[in-house]
Ligand binder design. Structure first.
Ligand SMILES: Cc1cc2nc3c(=O)[nH]c(=O)nc-3n(C[C@H](O)[C@H](O)[C@H](O)COP(=O)(O)O)c2cc1C
Length: 347
């Protein structure tokens, strides 16, 4: 299908410019758009930018699509458009020859901009992952109640713990997930393709996980990742563990989402709700840091579900875990330019 060159009257350029800031695992930014006309676009998941090595790579691909769609609605509403979707909730297939998996068609309809829509658009652009130490302050109950209500609207249950022993155990599980993932060749290879060891590289490529965002000096991260056998060694392994755990200082609370998680339609809805909850916490000045790898690593997921007595079964799962609290503003994670998100657009 030909790429439609959009004029200044097309809303797409402004919408894509902001919507590309949606969060994605490893900041791989797998969603692509083909503009069909000034109101319509086809949305794709670029399988070459997915994370197939992880056992939950497919569900998390759909979660990411849901996160993107929620971001698209948020940005479009802030700019005066509602979005109608015709989704195709087929399974992602990382082995497919066709590398662009169509997620469906979205259509824009002009509508008045409300003050609330403008504010949510602003929050969407403000949101960031914080991997910094938190300041030990507990998030007030009314903020938790608001986040729970947002989760409930999406059919999810938001549960939290501030029990020091459970918090310590979940942070230990998250840290040991990183170490165990590094011993898995496929997952290790995948992480290496997304790490950006210098600020220049992170800015130039506009994607991936930068050493800066991970709060590690680039050279230390490069050395540590290049010598994964040392992570098991007594002295250096303990030192690396110490550096990592140091970034987790001051964490008082963890939260997780439990809900329907049995197929693509569930995953997409779960992703939408996750972003809504993230924006609600952002509105209250609260940062979060997803521990997605605890879910995608089967042994870690079992340990986590056991530690919090998660209510799972009958198509329901505790499918997202995160730490949350108050921190200094974290470094920005760069994005590729809008043109890189558009199929058929001149770069
Ligand atoms: C579904 C999902 C899972 C994620 N899992 C992890 C994770 O396991 N560890 C981590 O450090 N960040 C995780 N993140 C955060 C992303 O790495 C982050 O959103 C991305 O790097 C962009 O940075 P930003 O959120 O500051 O814009 C996850 C994000 C999403 C949407």
């Amino acid at each position: 299908m030909p790429f439609v060159v959009h004029t200044d009257t097309s809303p797409w350029s402004r919408i894509v410019e902001d919507a590309r800031h949606y969060p994605s695992p490893h900041n791989s930014q797998p969603i692509k758009l083909r503009l069909l006309d000034e109101r319509t676009a086809e949305i794709y998941y670029d399988l070459d930018l997915g994370l197939p090595a992880e056992s939950f790579g497919i569900p998390f691909g759909h979660v990411c699509a849901g996160v993107f769609l929620e971001g698209l609605h948020t940005v479009a509403a802030g700019l005066g458009y509602s979005v109608t979707e015709r989704l195709d909730a087929g399974d992602l297939d990382f082995g497919s020859e066709k590398r662009l998996h169509s997620l469906g068609i979205v259509t824009l309809t002009p509508q008045p901009v409300t003050e609330e829509a403008r504010e949510r658009h602003r929050l969407f652009l403000k949101r960031r992952t914080s991997r910094r130490p938190y300041d030990r302050t507990l998030v007030p109950d009314e903020v938790l109640r608001s986040a729970s209500a947002v989760a409930a609207q999406g059919g999810q249950v938001f549960r939290t713990t501030a029990d020091a022993g459970v918090v310590r155990e979940l942070i230990r599980i998250n840290q040991s997930t990183l170490f165990s993932d590094l011993q898995n060749d496929a997952v290790y290879g995948e992480i290496m393709t997304w790490l950006r060891f210098s600020r220049g590289e992170a800015r130039k490529r506009g994607d991936g996980l930068s050493a800066e965002a991970m709060l590690m000096p680039g050279r230390v991260l490069k050395f540590a990742m290049g010598h994964r056998e040392l992570w098991q060694a007594p002295v250096i392994g303990a030192a690396l563990r110490g550096i990592y755990l140091n970034t987790m200082r001051g964490v008082r609370q963890l939260g997780w989402l439990e809900g329907p998680f049995a197929g693509p339609a569930d995953y997409i809805e779960a992703g939408r709700t996750f972003l809504r909850l993230w924006l609600d916490l952002t509105a209250n000045g609260v940062y979060l840091h997803p521990f997605g790898t605890v879910i995608t690593n089967p042994a870690s997921h079992r340990a986590f579900a056991h530690a919090v007595s998660a209510q799972e079964g009958d198509g329901r799962m505790a499918w997202m875990l995160f730490r949350f609290g108050y921190s200094k503003r974290p470094p920005v994670a760069h994005r590729r330019p809008a043109a890189a998100m558009l199929i058929g657009a001149p770069r």
